[in-house]
Design a protein around this ligand. Structure first.
Ligand code: NAD
Length: 455
């Protein structure tokens, strides 16, 4: 008998057991790869319009179950219900968008002497998607939807704490008519099922989202086989507020730029850099705004922030915050993994809380003198995922956007993720890009063929 362990899924708001799910073993991964290989060979031969039609049916099935998926996300991940509905809708949109790309995934004809030269985009084969717990549904779909659309099979390993929505999505795919074995979900431990996917010679590409530490280990293992790899890792993103900005708007937008999803967001703007001449005014507005964020039952429509995902995440977040420091909101007491919204005003720029990814509702505010100082502070991190720039000066907005080393920036807003624009990190925040117009191409090999006209 294989060594089957169970994953216990807890409701982070109550600590009650939601479900027990068997954890996949390395042997389960072997068997899944055999099934996926058979399914992929047939899938790649399906006419593009039919492949697109099946993916659209999958999108419709998700759309018809948005509320069910959202409620499941509230229970297993503690996401507030409004966000959870958006996340399920995002899966639908990603499937629709990828379906629209199937018939547009075309190669090129390049002029050469003596013949015809064409490029053909071929599917890679089997793609392993390793997803984190912070956005279980969207991040699973970021890899899965374009990989399927480009003619691949997908084996998805969700995070240990959040396997339930992924398992439900796999059922909906089958109901929608996707072939058996094409999209499989294997919940399991990272160092068992996740590692087996990374090491399996039958898996052509890994899409990993999670910590930079594990991402580096996976990258090293993929190097052994020159396995294709996309990495979406951590972030410590700046929110830069210049004195010429609408300071009130910038301050009022700040709380949810790092408290959304309880700060468990790789794009969270956790380093708030404010020009010294407006620093005090900014704090006067942002302080009460942080204190008034509604923290509590994630199923309540009025709640803005829920619990952290797990006890270990709660301990990790606590370890970064000196007791009583900074500005605090409130959080429920009793069962559940609760931590209040926190803004630290006295942190040193080089301290761990100001440089490491906390992944909780904690940000630091640091003053800067001028534009050069702001850019220097913004780039003083090993990460480079996202960031925001608040200014009314268009030239400055463009200059600073060019100077900040990050993959996703927004000016006078905090938006960063849309399924139809590219997303990914500079430096140690990642490798490759997901989403956007080129999403499907990342799941293909380019083959170049020359056909002589002189034979
Ligand atoms: P993690 O990197 O340990 O886990 C992410 C995924 O990788 C999970 O599915 C996990 O099972 C899997 N995994 C773990 N070890 C593996 C291995 N050796 N081989 C293959 N797969 C493996 O992240 P975590 O422990 O869930 O969170 C820890 C920290 O990571 C967080 O505090 C945060 O800083 C960061 N994080 C970042 C993101 C992001 O979106 N950038 C997401 C989640 C976590």
């Amino acid at each position: 008998m294989p060594d089957v362990q169970n994953l216990e899924v807890l409701n982070p708001a109550t600590e009650e057991l939601v479900a027990t799910v068997p954890a996949a073993t390395a042997q389960d991964v072997d068997a899944a790869v055999v099934r996926a290989a058979a399914a992929q060979a047939k899938w790649a031969a399906v006419a593009p319009a039919d492949r697109a039609r099946l993916l659209r049916r999958f999108a419709v099935a998700v759309d018809e179950h948005i509320e069910e998926l959202a409620q499941l996300e509230v229970r297993e991940a503690g996401h507030v219900i409004g966000n959870a509905r958006w996340e399920a809708g995002n899966v639908r949109d990603l499937l629709d968008f990828a379906a629209g790309g199937v018939e547009r995934l075309s190669g090129r004809q390049i002029p050469v002497p003596g013949g015809l030269n064409v490029t053909i985009l071929e599917p890679l084969g089997i793609v392993g998607v390793i997803a984190p717990w912070n956005f279980p549904m969207p991040i699973a779909a970021w890899g899965t939807a374009p990989a399927l659309a480009a003619g691949n099979a997908v084996i998805l390993k969700p995070a240990e704490t959040t396997p339930l929505t992924a398992l439900r999505l796999a059922e909906l795919a089958l109901d929608a008519g996707l072939p058996e074995g094409l999209f499989q979900v294997l919940p399991g431990a990272g160092d068992v099922a996740g590692n087996a996917l990374v090491e399996h010679p039958g898996v052509a590409k890994i899409v990993f989202t999670g910590s930079t530490r594990v991402g580096k280990q996976i990258m090293a293992k993929c190097a052994d086989r020159v396995k294709r790899l996309t990495l979406e890792l951590g972030g410590k993103s700046p929110n830069i507020v210049f004195a010429d900005a609408d300071v009130e708007a910038a301050a009022l937008a700040t709380p949810m730029s790092y408290l959304d999803n309880s700060g468990q967001d790789c794009c969270a703007r956790t380093r708030i850099l404010v020009q010294r001449s407006v620093y005090d005014r900014f704090l006067e507005i942002v302080g009460p705004a942080v204190e008034s964020v509604v923290v509590g039952d994630p199923a309540d429509e009025k709640t803005q922030m829920g619990p952290l995902i797990s006890r270990s995440q709660l301990e990790r977040v606590r370890s970064y915050v000196p007791s009583g420091a900074g500005i605090h909101g409130t959080a429920p007491e009793g069962p559940g993994f609760w931590f209040p919204p926190t803004l630290l005003t006295d942190a040193e720029a080089a301290s761990p809380v100001a440089t490491e990814e906390v992944f909780g509702p904690v940000a630091v505010v640091l003053p800067f003198e001028d534009e050069a100082d702001a850019i220097c502070l913004a780039n003083a991190t090993e990460y480079g995922l996202s960031g925001s720039i608040w200014t009314r000066d268009v030239s400055r907005a463009l200059r600073v956007s060019q100077a900040v080393q990050a993959g996703n920036l927004s000016v006078n807003s905090h938006s960063s993720v849309r399924y139809w624009t590219p997303f990914g990190g500079y430096k140690q925040s990642g490798l490759g890009r997901e989403l956007g117009p080129d999403a499907l191409a990342a799941f293909t090999e380019t083959k170049n063929v020359f056909i002589s006209t002189e034979a």
